[in-house]
Design a protein around this ligand. Structure first.
Ligand code: FAD
Length: 467
């Protein structure tokens, strides 16, 4: 039996592993990536060149300071290893370089992070249309620019953060299309009082984009991406308060890359498999694992930290990870000197800010009207908006009924990309709230593994994608 297993080596998982190890516990930290760091502190797969763009260099330095703690003798880091099943009794099924394996944990900390949300429009499946995080991963992990002439579109501060990073790395940012009108952001700005450092950072990014001549179009959405075999243009238009394009002129932009971000959705697949309770959080419009103040879920000995608890950003992920590390170590019989009070307060403060941000930068329902009947929604199974609308007209109101009826969500990504879109589509077509669509039921394997992993005899190398 392993004393403590931590799934996910992002900021939350690393903070948990280091804290528990320093208290004396033996920790196994697992990540499907070869290197620890997660999304925010993504490490370069290639040796980092001496001069990084300044914003990334600072991010890299902060990451190195956190990751140095992983050299602790009590920590075993298992990279390139994915977890494809977790059971309520804390049995963890892995697939890594040595093949399949099963571990049992006395305490289990799930820090699986989040994935990005996108909204569909004609042309969104063209090569060259990607998520903002995809472009950041190329930059952080491989030092590659996603393109030369980039449109960033969606909603939230990440658009401007990434705009500055891509600009520093040498791209031309053709425009940033921010869904929220500037007036509504300013009207809600008192919510950020008390977070002066963040406001300063945001204003600094805005100034840098302005100096570089980047047009930041508030109250705009991308309505079409154009191109034959890859994206070569994008059309943006002003939208009304509900997100419907306003009648009037559109702007056509010549671009080779479109980067989208409409916020994040917690990756709750492992906490769902573990039988933990979840709730729908209005503040970011998605499902998250429920925990107590010690980060323990409804399943004893199973903790959820960072984005799995709800979108909270890196500054919530770090103290939450530390807290879970302390409590799990104590439950394993070790003493920790760190007091839980200040750690809890830091986590709450960070979550309060991101909670406000999420309400200011919410996705708008009118965006769903951009998807035409022939626009693909589930790109893995190639299911169009028209097919889905027809199914909803038949009376379907939940994700779990839409899936077997249409196959949407049954493909390789297992609904990670289309799930939040389908919830919006169901809400738009039925008039019900997004949470009434429910969550997809999750079944193992949550990640593609060789079929032989699932069979009693290891005699097959095919990959299991579909269920
Ligand atoms: C594109 C993007 C940009 C962001 N930009 C900012 C920003 O500018 N500022 C900010 O404060 N926050 C930002 N965030 C949020 C920030 O990344 C997170 O708040 C922070 O990384 C959360 O840490 P975490 O440990 O919860 O998750 P993550 O950093 O996402 O780490 C989760 C880890 O779990 C691993 N994992 C997941 N499932 C499995 C599995 N089944 N098996 C094995 N390993 C698994 C993943 O590989 C990953 O390494 C961004 C997030 C994204 C996605």
């Amino acid at each position: 039996m392993t004393e403590i297993i931590v799934i996910g080596a992002g900021p939350a998982g690393v903070a948990a592993a280091v804290t528990a190890a320093e208290a004396g516990a033996r920790v196994t930290l697992i990540d499907e990536n070869s290197l620890p760091g997660g999304q925010y502190f993504k490490q370069a797969a290639l040796p980092a060149p001496a001069s990084l763009p300044p914003t990334l260099a600072e991010n890299f330095r902060q990451g190195q300071a956190l990751l140095a703690g992983l050299s602790h003798k009590n920590i075993t880091f298992r990279g390139n290893t994915l977890v494809w099943n977790v059971t309520p009794d804390r049995t963890v099924s892995l697939y890594g370089p040595a093949g399949p394996e099963t571990l049992a944990a006395a305490q289990l900390i799930i820090a699986a992070g989040a994935y990005e949300r996108v909204m569909p429009f004609p042309g969104w499946t063209l090569p060259g249309v990607m998520t903002v995080g995809g472009a950041q991963l190329l930059l952080k992990g491989q030092r590659l620019l996603a393109g030369q002439r980039i449109l960033l579109a969606g909603t939230g501060p990440l658009l401007q953060v990434a705009g500055v990073q891509l600009l520093e790395a040498g791209a031309e940012i053709v425009a940033i299309a921010e869904l929220q009108p500037l007036g509504s952001i300013i009207a809600r700005s008192p919510r950020f009082l008390g977070h002066r450092d963040k406001v300063k950072l945001a204003l600094n990014n805005a100034r840098r984009l302005k100096r570089a001549g980047v047009p930041v179009k508030f109250g705009y959405a991308i309505v079409r991406a154009t191109g034959e075999n890859e994206v070569s243009g994008a059309v943006i238009a002003r939208v009304d308060a509900a997100g419907h394009p306003r009648p009037g002129p559109e702007s056509a932009l010549a671009v080779d890359t479109v980067c989208l971000n409409f916020g994040f959705a917690p990756d709750t697949r492992l906490t769902q498999l573990a039988g933990c309770k979840h709730h729908f959080a209005e503040r970011f419009g998605g499902w998250a694992a429920i925990t107590d103040d010690n980060m323990e879920t409804s399943q004893p000995g199973i903790f959820a930290v960072g984005e799995v608890r709800g979108i909270g950003g890196v500054e919530a992920a770090l103290p939450e990870g530390r807290l879970a590390g302390q409590v799990a170590a104590r439950k394993s019989g070790y003493r920790t000197d760190e007091s839980a009070g200040p750690t809890r307060r830091a986590a709450r403060r960070a979550r309060a800010l991101v909670g406000q941000l999420n309400t200011v930068f919410a996705v708008k329902p009118g965006l769903m009207t951009l998807a035409q009947d022939d626009t693909l929604i589930c790109r893995c199974e190639e299911i169009s908006a028209g097919q889905l609308r027809a199914a909803i007209r038949e009376g379907i109101t939940t994700l779990n009924n839409l899936k077997p009826w249409t196959r949407a969500g049954m493909g390789r990504c297992q609904g990670r990309i289309c799930g939040p879109i389908l919830a919006h589509l169901l809400a738009a077509e039925t008039g019900l709230e997004a949470q009434s669509a429910g969550q997809f039921t999750v079944r193992p394997p949550v990640k593609p593994v060789p079929l032989s992993t699932l069979l009693p005899q290891n005699n097959n190398d095919e990959v299991a994608h579909d269920k």
